[in-house]
Design a protein. Structure first.
Length: 316
């Protein structure tokens, strides 16, 4: 499936083969060391470049020495010991987070056409999964980029399945058409656009890198927090259902320094998460942060979306 995704994105035969190899290595590690886990694969984009991102996550024994595990020849399972090292070389971007006794999450991203350079700007990590038994998620998310400003939305359509997905997708498409309007105005437009659908809980966040300011507006139970120096400031959403009944739309703001982290999530994620409880996690790629929160706090009985964003510097 990952190889077919790469081919649809325009990867060459060789590049699609590398994607298949990366997924195979990650899956093999899950079977050998954790016995069970999850592989999440999605398409990613940067400008005109398309890529494939893979997340492998487990509750296995963890890795005592990550640096040693990446060296060829090191193995705890009697194998040749080339899996993680090979995976890190195949991937254009590779990151791993592991705690002994608590499991491992790794991220590998492969770009088609040799697009390996990472530009400065906002770095996004997302896990968006449907409720077990459903083919599509009733959640959706979207990102619109303007000069030094980003508008991000997360929507949770009421219920599950195609009708919930349609409501959430309609809300996010509205954001993508009106990204410069500001969070409150975007929410108002979403409310009008989703009439006739099931409706949705929606939150819109605008990150202004020039003013170092986060502006937020939400209706319903989408969680949002800005984390600065390990302290989370949770943003306030008002009661209501976008597309049906809204009593109040109100914007809130918070400082957005260069090292801040944004976490947005649907109610498929329990609310007692704390990034600071994971040593060193805040320095990792946002996709690893999102994957750890999903792994440890997903309610397992609902659609779930976890979106994490933070600023990045250009790769050398």
């Amino acid at each position: 499936m990952a190889s077919e995704l790469a081919t649809r994105l325009g990867f060459s035969e060789v590049e699609s083969g590398e994607v298949a190899l990366a997924v195979t290595e990650a899956g093999t590690n899950l079977v050998k060391h954790a016995q069970q886990g999850e592989l999440l694969v999605r398409a990613i984009q940067q400008g005109d470049s398309a890529g494939v991102e893979m997340l492998a996550l487990d509750h296995g024994p963890g890795i005592a020495d990550v640096a040693q595990s990446l060296r060829d020849g090191f193995s705890t399972a009697g194998s040749p010991g080339t899996g993680l090292g090979a995976l890190s070389r195949i991937a254009d971007q590779f990151d791993i987070y592991s705690l002994p006794g608590k499991g491992t999450v790794l991220r590998a991203a492969l770009w088609g056409g040799g697009a390996k350079r990472v530009a400065a700007g906002l770095e996004i990590g997302v896990v968006c999964q449907p409720k077990e038994g459903e083919e599509v998620s009733g959640d959706d998310w979207g990102l619109s980029e303007q000069p030094r400003k980003y508008t991000i939305g997360v929507a949770d359509g009421l219920g599950h399945g195609p009708d919930a997905h349609r409501a959430a997708r309609t809300a996010i498409q509205t954001l993508l058409r009106h990204p410069a309007a500001g969070p409150a105005a975007v929410l108002e437009s979403m409310h009008n656009a989703t009439r006739g659908t099931r409706g949705a809980a929606v939150a819109v966040c605008e990150l202004d890198l020039s003013q170092q300011l986060c502006r937020f507006a939400g209706v319903g139970n989408i969680g949002c927090a800005v984390i600065v120096d390990a302290k989370a400031r949770h943003m306030v959403s008002h009661n209501g259902i976008v597309g049906h009944s809204i009593r109040k739309i109100q914007e809130f703001s918070a400082p957005w320094p260069d090292h801040a982290i944004l976490v947005m999530h649907s109610d498929g994620l329990a609310t007692q998460w704390d990034v600071a409880a994971y040593p060193g996690l805040s320095a990792r790629h946002p996709a690893l942060i999102a994957a750890v929160l999903y792994r440890d706090f997903s309610r397992q009985r609902d659609d779930v979306t976890v979106l994490v964003a933070k600023q990045r510097s250009a790769a050398p």
